[in-house]
Design a protein around this ligand. Sequence first.
Ligand code: HEM
Length: 461
Amino acid sequence: MNATGDNPTGDRLSRWTPAMFACALVNLGLGLALAVLGLAWPAAPAAAPASLAMVHLLTIGWLTLLMFAALFQFVPVITSRALPSQTPPLVALIGIEAGLALMVAGFLSLGDGTALLLPAGGALVIAALALGAGTLLVPLLAKRPMPLSARFVVAGLGFLLLTVLLGLCFALALAVPALGPALAPLLAGGLAAHALAGIGGWFTLTAIGVSYELLPMFMLAPHDRGVLGATVLWTGTAGFLAAVFAGLAGAFWPAVMLAALATAGRLAICVALALYLFDVGRLYRSRMRRRIELHNRAAIGAFGSLGLAVLLGLGAILAQRLEALAPSLVLLLLLGWLSGLGLTQLYKIVAFLSWLSRYGTRLGRGAVPRVQDLVHEPAATWLFALYFGAVGLAALAAALTGAPGRAEAIRGALAVALVAVLLLGREYLRAWRASYVRPPYVGPAATPAAPLIPAGKDGTR
Ligand code: HEM
């Protein structure tokens, strides 16, 4: 970094994005390890302190951090406007990690008198997210006309705000029992609303927005998604809003109206997601790049998981078995769709960022490798297959409610997913270090990649 905190590799590389990706992957590994070691769900109840710690390692530590890291890199691309400074992303990273550590400690110490850690950690996370979101919203809201992908991101950030404020209310109710009665009306149906606003409104809408940017960019397909893209945005946003509102308004509205609103909202969500998947199919078919690179071939596993989740969700709504099938749905959505899309796109993004920081400034001044030369697809192909296969098995086992050995089967499948994630992590590191690049591109032509942790003034890391 230079004296102003700006990025010496140019404003094309978000300075802290690689470090954020690394931290996010560590959180994913920790979250999965809690489940695999039998400390959290499925071996423990979903509401057990360690299960709540695991859920937030995955939702805040992995997916939220991953989204922010990607947005800090891509919002300047979407808006053609650099972020005002590289400092807020660093502060946001530190705040999210420190706040999450306090939250995890708070969950684990619930009931032993130190529970204030939970709301304190939550408040720190919220402050850090607000800073990050504000940094992104400045260029997003200034862009005219606002591109479709930016609209998804703005809607997603709105749902993030709702999610974390609800989370803080829960944390206060758990930590300060005296506040319980005052918060009770909000919290009655609030847990499902908190989860839906987070997994649906925040993660899914933002992932759709980012995918509408990344898929056309790397497959050379048309960016303009026309009426279909706009319909996905409005139907999805309205559906999530209706379903979340129906979960929260129990104290004010008659139950029968809320049930109808919740069902209408859930059906709208299913329609929006089905239209999105149809549009993704259209996008793949209309690509100019004939050969589909591994990250987009593997992403079909993520889209398949989303498709399965839509079918399962529809079936569960019609059969009124949403509660029983919720664990399976959450596995398909959190690990199959969102984490799957994240892991597959990271495979390209890490190579792309490494290429940008090593060779980006040397274009036109001698031979440089292609971004694809930084990865070795055969090594990673079977890892993605292993990951999606394992998540599919875990979701299947979770759907078999009451079956003997169900928890062990889910843990076994998640152990395989964890191994796949660790080995994929090694592939990302190899791409970052350009380990697969062969002569004539190695040597003096290349400048070293920006380190994950930038050097201090004295050169120490
Ligand atoms: C992206 C942000 C977030 C997402 C996606 C998210 C997601 C979830 C999910 C899915 C659950 C249900 C877990 C279960 O039933 O096992 C949950 C519960 C909970 N969340 Fe969050 N969360 C987020 C942020 C937060 C924040 C910032 C806080 C603030 C401290 C928080 C506090 C809580 C609490 C206290 C519970 C347990 C409520 C109870 O059981 O009474 N969450 N969250």
